[in-house]
Write a protein that binds this ligand. Structure first.
Ligand code: ADP
Ligand code: MG
Length: 908
């Protein structure tokens, strides 16, 4: 249940400016991802459902509690005992009406969202009551389906039937679970359940009955309720779920036997947690495509966490306080406590009371989100036909009627999945490290190989050289010996030839040489030539050998040189290897820093998100009841203080100038992110002045002119709308031609959310009385009125707010709104279903009626009747009073009333 009704009656008549989407900053990024991913899957829509429209808006959508009534057929006993009597109720399902017999000749008629006769099948009951809620849960919202009624009227039949033998008998719990299992992907999503029983303010775990004192905890900042002690079991298939329900039923039966209670006195509560990951197109790591330069552009994936609560309440009949069931009076009070507290809370919410006694019982604490909170809630009230239980049936019907007045504000529950991002980063890091190690190893192998090759080549060359030298040497020696032998032969031949004369002459001459030399000219000129020839060939051989030696020398030189170059190559590779190792270390450091930044950012975003969630709705509050607003203001001060500190920290870290400069970045992604951050900051009042002074407004308007991207338009317009909350900024926006620009953006917009932002911005400008004439002259008013063509309720709500602001600030003369022909639309929407639209319009009518000059036109358009209606029916007392005062004080309206012979005011 909502925190004292905080979410209801959003209105901003106080300042003429509301914080348009604090949630814009926070939720628009998941939104864009979500919408892109949903392209592959058509949006779910139920044509049989009670609930109209589907929650698309991250700022929250009004969703009234829907109530169906189901009649049980007569049972065997009633067929006999009531044979002579008619049923106490008569159903008109096609009119969605139920007639309850008051006595024999008179009956009361009630309308419900759906009327289910005794012939309605379980399938139809599921589709009408629960299916739309289940679909919302799959889309990331909380949902509640609850059965209320007297014991024996079919609550458990409707909710808990397992239909084991005959599947057509399956109740809401089983069917909901089947739809959920069919709607998720087991690879990326998860479903888990808890099943509990609440009896005498004690919460017992039906999946682990020994655990019979489970406590309820509430997150003070978000109001989220959780049961940390309850067993939570992951569900992978239908069978395991059915088994768990059977187990729960058996435990419930055993516990009730032991406590000597009836199950009709206890509440059974099934909680289904659905966690789905929404993968955006750009949420993948850029480096996964092999592009490491973009490694730091990481976007975490998003998880949606919807929770479905199915409640089979205890029998609503009064129990005898005297303790007829064997209970003491104290016990009897305690048995009734949760159910009567639920009744009180629903009464308080239905009547817009300031205090809703949520804390009075465990049941109401558990269901705080279901009534007046953010969940989509559907209630089925079960009744029996017997006239003997007319009293109980009447009180059940009245409970249902009151529940139909409770309004919730549906909100999507999604957050960034930093855990999976961190997992992916780690995998990426490991891959990089492995790759690096592989490279290092291959470098070393290469170096080894080159070194071995070089060594082999050197030893080969040395061996070749040595061999060549050896053969050369052997050859010389051989030649030498040969020549010597030849000379000796020659000599001995000569000796033989000149044998006799030689001895004689020997003593006379100095030696045989001399003698032969002296005698040679005579006998051996041929020998001389032979010698010469030998000598020449000898010289030639020597030269060739010398050449060969030289050749080998140059070869050795070359070998030496190539060895040197191989060495220098090795040195180079070593250096490269060191560089690579250095690079790796740097990458590791960067990744570690990135991870710690991410961690910090995630916790900051979580905190900021929680604070934003906790405080945003409060800005919508009209502030009617001073008591309530005092309480709230003190809460708000605390939470806003924390939030500011966190935003300021982000500021310090990045710097506003840097963020603004990113608005002009070349990369479209960066631009979109930057404009989202600016819009986020602009939602904070303390930042608005700073952003404008740093040129942020001019940059945002520049983006509207220069960019063709609708997302940029939407977010930039949202940021401008936020800035337009401040009076100085409103003037600046006007002076810089912002109105024309916004009108142009609206004319080109396709997404209704863009229109909503633009309309929000213009609506804020409408609240400044000094700028009204200029706003109209520049076409702002016309653009605002044009936007009603969109028909989207969010856009209409902003247009209506703008009109109310404009009407409120018009000082004198006939209202420009009437001159611009806005009255017919105002009249047409004065009774619009969307409650914010209706309230703004009612306010606008009352303000217009304040000025006598407008009266004639207003009467002409039939506004008199609207004012009379507002003076009686408007849910807000201040507007009712304003309408009544205007009707009684305006001469024109008085004159018209007189002419029509209506006496006003009359007593109500
Ligand atoms: P409750 O939980 O409200 O006390 P039950 O679901 O136990 O009521 O229903 C009481 C009896 O009425 C059961 O025997 C059940 O089978 C029967 N019953 C209830 N609703 C229907 C229905 N729509 N059609 C047929 N039998 C029903
Ligand atoms: Mg029951």
């Amino acid at each position: 249940m909502a925190n004292s009704g905080t979410y209801r009656n959003g209105d901003n008549s106080k300042r003429g400016a509301m914080k348009l989407d604090k949630t814009l900053s926070w939720n628009s990024s998941p939104k864009s991802v979500a919408s892109s991913s949903s392209k592959s899957k058509p949006p779910r829509r139920s044509n049989t459902g009670l609930l109209v429209g589907s929650p698309k808006n991250d700022a929250g959508v009004y969703g009234r509690v829907r109530v169906a009534v189901r009649l049980r057929p007569r049972n065997a006993e009633e067929l006999v005992a009531d044979n002579d009597f008619a049923d106490c109720v008569e159903l008109q399902p096609e009119l969605k009406r139920l007639k309850l017999q008051r006595n024999n000749w008179d009956s009361d008629t009630y309308e419900f969202d759906e009327v289910l006769t005794e012939f309605a099948s379980q399938k139809r009951v599921y589709e009408v009551v629960a299916k739309p809620v289940v679909e919302s849960v799959l889309d990331g919202y909380n949902g509640t389906v609850m059965a209320y009624g007297q014991t024996g009227t079919g609550k458990t039949y409707t909710m808990g039937r397992l239909g084991e033998k005959n599947t057509s008998g399956r109740g809401i719990m089983v069917r909901a679970m089947e739809d959920i299992m069919a709607g998720i992907s087991l690879e990326t999503d998860s479903v888990s359940i808890s099943y509990l029983q609440l009896y005498m303010e004690t919460l017992q775990d039906l999946l682990d009955p020994a655990n019979d004192n489970i406590s309820i905890t509430e997150d003070p900042s978000t109001g989220d309720v959780s049961l940390p002690g309850a067993t939570l079991i992951d569900i992978r298939d239908r069978e395991s779920f059915i088994k768990l329900l059977q187990l729960g039923e058996a435990h419930r039966f055993a516990a009730n036997t032991k406590l000597n209670t009836e199950s009709s006195r206890s509440h059974a509560i099934l909680m289904v947690h659905v966690k789905r990951s929404v993968k955006g197109k750009d949420s993948d790591l850029a480096s996964e495509n092999g592009n490491t330069s973009n490694m730091f552009k990481v976007k975490p994936p998003i998880v949606q966490k919807g929770k479905l609560v199915v409640v089979d309440l205890a029998g609503s009949e009064r129990i005898d306080k005297s303790g007829s069931e064997g209970h003491t009076l104290e016990e009897a009070k305690s048995i009734n406590l949760s159910l009567s507290a639920l009744g009180k809370c629903i009464n308080a919410l239905a009547e817009n009371k300031a205090h809703v006694p949520i804390r009075d019982s465990k049941l109401t604490r558990l269901l705080r989100d279901s009534f007046g909170g953010t969940a989509r809630t559907s209630l089925v009230v079960t009744i029996g036909p017997s006239p003997r239980h007319r009293g109980e049936t009447a009180s059940t019907i009245l409970f249902g009627q009151r529940a139909m007045k409770v309004e919730n504000m549906l909100k999507i529950k999604e957050e960034f999945d930093y855990k999976s991002l961190s997992r992916r980063l780690n995998i990426q890091l490991e891959k990089l490290v492995a790759e690096n190690e592989r490279q290092q190893k291959s470098f070393q192998d290469e170096i080894e190989r080159i070194a071995i090759e070089a060594r082999e080549r050197i030893s080969e060359a040395e061996k070749n050289y040595a061999n060549a030298l050896e053969t050369e040497k052997a050859k010389y020696q051989r030649d030498y010996r040969e020549s010597l032998r030849k000379l000796e032969e020659q000599w001995s031949q000569d000796q033989k030839l000149h044998g006799g004369g030689k001895t004689k002459k020997e003593s006379q001459t100095k030696g045989p040489d001399k003698a032969s030399r002296e005698e040679a000219p005579k006998g051996s000129s041929a020998e001389v030539t032979e010698f010469k020839r030998l000598l020449e060939s000898e010289t030639l051989l020597r030269k060739a050998a010398e050449e060969e030696v030289n050749n080998l020398k140059t070869q050795v030189m070359q070998c030496r040189r190539s060895e040197a170059s191989a060495n220098s190559e090795i040195l180079k590779l070593r250096k490269l290897l060191e560089d690579e190792a250095c690079q790796k270390r740097r990458l590791e450091e960067e990744t570690a820093e990135l991870q710690s930044q991410l961690l910090q950012l995630s916790s900051e975003l979580d905190q900021t998100g929680r604070r934003l969630d906790g405080s945003e709705s409060e800005t919508f509050q009209g502030g009617l009841d001073s008591l309530m607003s005092q309480v709230r203001d003190s809460q708000k001060r605390e939470s806003v203080g924390g939030e500011k500190a966190s935003v300021a920290k982000l500021f310090e870290q990045v710097g506003l100038q840097k963020i603004l400069s990113l608005l002009e970045a070349d990369d479209a992604d960066v631009r979109i992110h930057a404009v989202k951050v600016v819009a986020n900051l602009a939602a904070e009042e303390t930042n608005q002045q700073k952003i404008v002074e740093a040129g942020g407004l001019t940059s945002l308007m520049g983006l509207l002119t220069s960019s063709d991207d609708e997302t940029i338009h939407r977010v930039a317009a949202g940021a401008i709308a936020n800035l337009a909350m401040n009076e100085t900024n409103q003037e600046l926006i006007m002076v810089q031609g912002g109105v024309r620009l916004l009108s142009l953006t609206a004319a080109n917009a396709r997404d209704p959310q863009t229109l909503r932002m633009v309309a929000g911005a213009i609506a804020n400008l409408c609240g400044n009385d000094k700028l009204q004439a200029k706003l109209r002259a520049e076409g702002g008013l016309k653009a605002l009125l044009e936007m009603v063509k969109s028909r989207h309720p969010d856009v209409l709500a902003q247009v209506a707010r703008g009109i109310a602001n404009f009407a409120k600030c018009s000082k004198s003369g006939k209202s420009l709104l009437i001159e611009d022909n806005a009255l017919p639309w105002i009249m047409k929407n004065a009774n619009n279903d969307g409650s914010p639209i209706k309230r703004h319009i009612e306010l606008a009518l009352c303000h217009l009626a304040q000025h006598e000059v407008n009266a004639k036109d207003m009467i002409g358009e039939g506004a008199l009747w609207e004012l009379i209606r507002i003076s009686q029916e408007c849910s807000r007392e201040d507007i009712r009073t304003l309408a009544r005062r205007t009707l009684t004080s305006s001469p024109s309206f008085q004159g018209e009333l007189k002419r029509l012979r209506i006496e006003y005011p009359w007593n109500h």
